[in-house]
Write a protein that binds this ligand. Structure first.
Ligand SMILES: [Zn+2]
Length: 293
């Protein structure tokens, strides 16, 4: 049980909103229920999308809710050497190639990349994962896995096409960075929003290519706003109010389907931090009861 290492990995494109808090709480509770470690990773590999001060604000907001990581947070912007090393491994295995197709050419070719540059032996440009070579090695193009909360999943990577792992503008692609970091941090369990379920097959293919056992995945329903859209920093959904952490935690637990009994609220004169501590303890036990037994 103690080998469990989980993580929450927000991108600093704005303040923490309720949807992210729910994901943070779910991954935290799963780690605590397993008596494991919970880590925080700031996914700041996309500087154009970054909002100044957002990383600090997110970390402060997590702390205000009693969600304190067991190790100092790592920042993807400091991990370039690691990502380059993984790119090198994939290249040596013949699992990647350069692509110089223009955006216009890609658009006119349709939603799936044709693999045009696989045989062009280019030395510059974006780097794509070669699903054809991967399929030959695996003797199948299908990625199948069982999600802890969503059940059996199946994805044919050949139908998805060769995905980008290093962008033309020099930025590392999300799929590559996430896998490299999950490996480096020895993550055993990933609990995150269902919007990332479709990324999981790509990540599983990368784990397998790099010869590392992938974490167990569990995807939880995302929080929607009144229009039925996922809450998003880009769309300007408001950040959570740090001055009401206890109420926010109760609301987050509600999203996760846990209702704290009324008599639990107890003595209202207790300090805020004590109340937070109590609710996290109650929620850890409830999570454990529902998912670990
Ligand atoms: Zn190309």
């Amino acid at each position: 049980m103690s080998a469990y290492i989980g993580r929450f990995a927000p991108s600093p494109s704005g303040p923490l909103h309720m949807g992210s808090l729910v994901c943070a709480l779910a991954s935290f509770l799963d780690a605590r229920a397993h008596k494991g470690q919970w880590l925080v990773r700031i996914e700041d590999i996309d500087p154009p999308r970054e909002v100044e001060g957002a990383s600090e604000a997110i970390l402060r907001c997590l702390r205000a809710h009693g969600l304190i990581a067991d190790q100092p947070p790592i920042f993807q912007s400091h991990q370039s050497a690691l990502y380059n090393q993984k790119l090198g491994v994939l290249e040596q295995l013949g699992l990647s190639y350069r692509c110089q197709c223009t955006r216009k050419a890609l658009r006119s070719a349709g939603p799936r990349y044709s693999g045009l540059c696989r045989t062009r032996h280019l030395t510059d440009g974006a780097v794509r994962f070669n699903t054809q070579v991967w399929e030959e090695i695996q003797q199948s193009s299908v990625v199948a896995f069982t999600d802890r909360f969503c059940g059996a999943q199946r994805c044919d990577l050949a139908e998805k096409g060769d995905f980008i792992i290093h962008r033309k503008d020099g930025l590392f692609a999300y799929q590559l960075a996430v896998v490299a970091d999950d490996i480096a941090q020895q993550i055993t369990h990933v609990v995150r929003g269902e919007d990332l379920l479709r990324s999981t097959p790509y990540q599983l293919a990368l784990f397998k290519s790099l010869g590392v056992k992938a974490p167990q995945y569990g995807h939880i329903p995302v929080v929607l706003n009144q229009d039925g859209h996922k809450l998003s920093k880009q769309r300007g959904d408001p950040g959570v109010d740090e001055t009401t952490p206890y109420a926010n935690l109760l609301q987050s637990l509600g999203h996760l389907g846990f209702e704290c009994p009324e008599n639990f609220l107890g003595d209202l004169s207790e300090t805020q931090s004590r109340k937070i501590d109590n609710i996290l303890k109650w929620a850890t036990a409830a999570w454990s009861e529902r998912y670990l037994h």
